[in-house]
Design a protein around this ligand. Sequence first.
Ligand SMILES: *[C@@H]1O[C@H](CO)[C@@H](O)[C@H](O)[C@H]1NC(C)=O
Ligand SMILES: *[C@@H]1O[C@H](CO)[C@@H](O)[C@H](O)[C@H]1NC(C)=O
Ligand SMILES: *[C@@H]1O[C@H](CO)[C@@H](O)[C@H](O)[C@H]1NC(C)=O
Ligand SMILES: *[C@@H]1O[C@H](CO)[C@@H](O)[C@H](O)[C@H]1NC(C)=O
Length: 438
Amino acid sequence: MAVMALMTAITSTQAAAVPIVHAPLARRGLPKSPSSDPFYDPPAGFESSKPGTILRQRKINVAFFGLIPDPVESYQLLYRTTAINGSAIATVTTVFKPTNAKKDRFVSSKRHMTAQPRSQLILQAYLLLGYVVASPDYEGPDAAFGPGRLAGTGVLDGMRAISSFSTLGFNTKTPQIVGTGYSGGAIATGWAASLQPSYASELDIKGWAQGGTPANLTGTLVYIDDTLFSGFIPPPAYGALINPVLDRIITDNGRSALNKAKATCAPGDLINFPEKSILSTDFQTLGRGLLYEPTIRSILQKNTMGVTKSETPAAPVFVYHATYDEIIPYANTSTLVDSWCDYGADVKFTTYGAGGHITTEVIALPEVIKFVEAAFAGTTDKGCTRNTELGSILNPLALGADLEPILIKLVEVLAKAGTGDSDIKKNLTVLEDVVTWH
Ligand SMILES: *[C@@H]1O[C@H](CO)[C@@H](O)[C@H](O)[C@H]1NC(C)=O
Ligand SMILES: *[C@@H]1O[C@H](CO)[C@@H](O)[C@H](O)[C@H]1NC(C)=O
Ligand SMILES: *[C@@H]1O[C@H](CO)[C@@H](O)[C@H](O)[C@H]1NC(C)=O
Ligand SMILES: *[C@@H]1O[C@H](CO)[C@@H](O)[C@H](O)[C@H]1NC(C)=O
């Protein structure tokens, strides 16, 4: 259970199906849930297609509530990728094309479910800047496990699908790409960055931006255990790997907490077993020994970035993290940056000294966008740099007048979260409020 709870905490995004994620954008014209929607059924024989092959496509209607003045075309692509057990599966990415889109590039923005409004505002910022934006969303039946490598190759296959989607009108077969993601989205992004040189070297990746990165799953588990945030609920689909272990070790208390959590809340919700240690023998008989149980240990170790030199990003990376991030430990990201730098990567690492996990995603946005633009322009620094930002204020004009309405909305998100997420730490209801905002 510890692992499940943890994995939901940090990968809540991957568990999200398209309709949930898009709900705040537009309720009308939404796709049905994946289970009842034939769009999600891959056509017979799809297994023999190459990873990244488009299997189905459709136009969808997404409303942007006036923040984007001109129409945005939106499409969903079902594409072939690979499950954790190596078998072929189909998954979905959504792509948005603004009027006057740049024709030779796109941004891939991996969102996370617990941050719908923030993710959508950030997506809209890229659209206003004239980028086609790919938003990889549903990651297939294994998603709930938080298998970082699978999330990474899923993102890379999604980039392949977008690159070959002729409706977008790219003027090249290999559009330039910058991939971004925060929190759960940074798992997918960090692994995509790590695996791209070996898995998808044909893609023209110009850079990666990842923030609040769960770089080390063991570290994250230890860090959030016994805090408010251990109350993240295990996802419903926790599947074949963990179930047998769980059945062997879960206590009656653990089982009842788990059942209660499953009965009352959607994945990604909070507060079902707050301030209880999921590494305690009250929840499962192994206590902290859970970390050394062979199945669990191997899952955790496979989900640590920066361990293998051959998995070093080839394109420049912007890594950013709050010193006082209360969900994902800063130390593990710092360790990741050291490894990548030792292995020769180009990394800009910015430490945010004033924010928490939620606020830093917002406060860092102007820097992320500047990095994305520099990466496309090929003007990012070579080698490794580290700097610290102490401010906690978002200037609504930081990205120019066109993006001001979006930044003003993000300033509202910051106000709700309080300085350094203080309101969120005091009262999780505020987080849900921020999460389901509008
Ligand atoms: C592999 O995983 C997929 C997705 O979870 C599942 O549908 C399939 O049955 C699995 N295949 C095998 C051989 O276990
Ligand atoms: C990951 O975190 C664990 C627990 O905090 C630590 O023991 C381990 O050394 C870390 N792994 C890496 C590769 O940094
Ligand atoms: C990873 O994070 C955990 C939790 O904060 C910490 O105990 C551990 O020392 C960190 N390990 C590394 C190698 O960064
Ligand atoms: C948390 O905030 C909500 C909404 O603002 C409020 O209704 C609730 O009473 C607060 N709970 C605590 C414990 O402060």
